[in-house]
Design a protein around this ligand. Structure first.
Ligand code: HEM
Length: 378
């Protein structure tokens, strides 16, 4: 009797396991076929602006200002995103001495030119939290003394604004609006699964969001930072990224930090640049769109396949050993304003998420500077 019962349980378990495995394999295969069909080229090489975008953008700006107010620290109003800096450091960005003509545009048009720059390293969250919390990590670079009319006016700066994941967790401004509103109501996961209709579930975007919130690196100088959204490079759409290139710098193994300390990423930066006095090196790379393949302009949740469009180095970046962690420089850093639209026309931002960023960064930047009664110019 006991043996029959035992065999019956075994059969049941085996059947359940087989059904679960088959269901898993079938959904994997359906998902693969669905995305292979959906994510196949060609795509447009031009922007396509949805009719509802302007209204969605206005609503997001209002929400963003509310978030800034909620998160102010004491009397000071911080950024609405990437509020916590590990530091602002001086950097040199040197264009390669030989670049093919299809990459020689804007700030890359003078071979061998070295630009002086500021680099701000940050955590992504709207509220400063312990570095060990899962989060995106940001890098913003501001090239100085860049001549020529910019998309935001005549300031002599060219900005590059990135974080350390290659894809964004929403497709467009409409989805951003719905997602932001749900998250503001505390619905972190449900923001991606609105309602009971599976056609509106964004499971792929949920996975991107979960991957974006990753554990902290050993040091902010060891991550790859991506533009995620596309930008012009002369006449062609491109994406850019900054990758560590230790081969151009003295060899250095960062000592393990105490990850229980709230600001261990700042400590790691301080240790390398200010105590051990070792330079850090990166490469600035671009990836050109090939619109015959699925490399969309309007959907930054899709990475452009590197096998079809490899990244190519256009400049080297050196962060020399330096002292950066002073009260004056930290305040200066907080008052700096980065904006992907602070750019030459040759580097014009493209796509809905970038169009949204133009309005939002400007609005939040003006608002926080007014509230902090600081001039926008450092
Ligand atoms: C491609 C996607 C994006 C990337 C790579 C990105 C990256 C960054 C980084 C690195 C910063 C910090 C800049 C600094 O150091 O001062 C930043 C700031 C900010 N981001 Fe984004 N972001 C993206 C999309 C968005 C979107 C869709 C919004 C909102 C609609 C947004 C809103 C902001 C705001 C308000 C700030 C602070 C601006 C300021 O007050 O100076 N970002 N972003």
């Amino acid at each position: 009797m006991f043996t029959r019962c035992w065999l019956w349980i075994g059969r049941l378990l085996r059947r359940t396991l087989l059904i679960t495995l088959s269901a898993g394999l079938a959904s994997g295969a359906i998902g693969y076929c669905y995305y292979s069909l959906k994510f196949s080229g060609p795509v447009s090489a031009e922007e396509q602006i949805p009719a509802t975008e302007a209204a969605d953008s206005r609503a997001i700006i209002e929400d963003a200002i509310r978030v800034v107010e909620q998160h102010r620290s004491d009397t000071r109003v911080l950024r609405d995103a990437h509020a916590k800096a590990h530091g602002c450091v001086k950097a040199e960005v040197s264009v390669l001495s030989e670049l093919p003509s299809n990459l020689s545009y804007g700030v890359f048009s003078q071979p061998g030119k070295t630009w002086q720059a500021w680099m701000r390293l940050s955590n992504g969250n709207a509220y400063p939290q312990f570095d060990r919390a899962r989060d995106a990590r940001g890098m913003a670079i501001k090239l100085l003394e860049v001549e020529g009319e910019k998309l935001l006016g005549s300031r002599s700066e060219q900005d590059f604004v990135m974080f350390n994941h290659p894809s964004f967790f929403v497709r467009d401004v409409a989805e951003y609006r719905q997602n932001f509103a749900a998250q503001a109501n505390g619905q972190q996961v449900l923001a991606f699964l609105p309602g009971w209709d599976p056609r509106h579930w964004e499971v792929r975007h949920l996975l991107i969001a979960l991957q974006t919130l990753s554990p902290a690196p050993e040091t902010p100088l060891a991550s790859t930072y991506n533009s995620i959204a596309p930008f012009k490079l002369g006449p062609i759409a491109s994406k850019y990224r900054v990758i560590p290139s230790p081969e151009n710098c003295p060899s250095y193994t960062p000592p393990a930090q105490n990850r229980d300390l709230p600001n261990f990423l700042r400590n790691a930066l301080y240790q390398q640049l200010s105590i051990d006095r070792v330079d850090a090196c990166f490469a600035l790379q671009v990836q050109l769109q090939d619109p015959t393949h699925f490399m969309p302009i309007e959907d930054p949740s899709v990475e452009w396949d590197e096998a079809l469009a490899p990244f190519v180095t256009v400049a080297k970046i050196r962060v020399a050993a330096q002292d950066f962690d002073s009260r004056e420089q930290n305040l200066f850093c907080d008052n700096l304003a980065f904006n992907p639209w602070q750019a030459l026309p040759e580097h014009r931002p493209l796509g809905g998420i970038n169009r949204l960023r133009k309005e939002v960064y400007e609005a939040v930047n003006v608002y926080r500077h007014q509230r902090n009664q600081q001039s926008q110019t450092p």
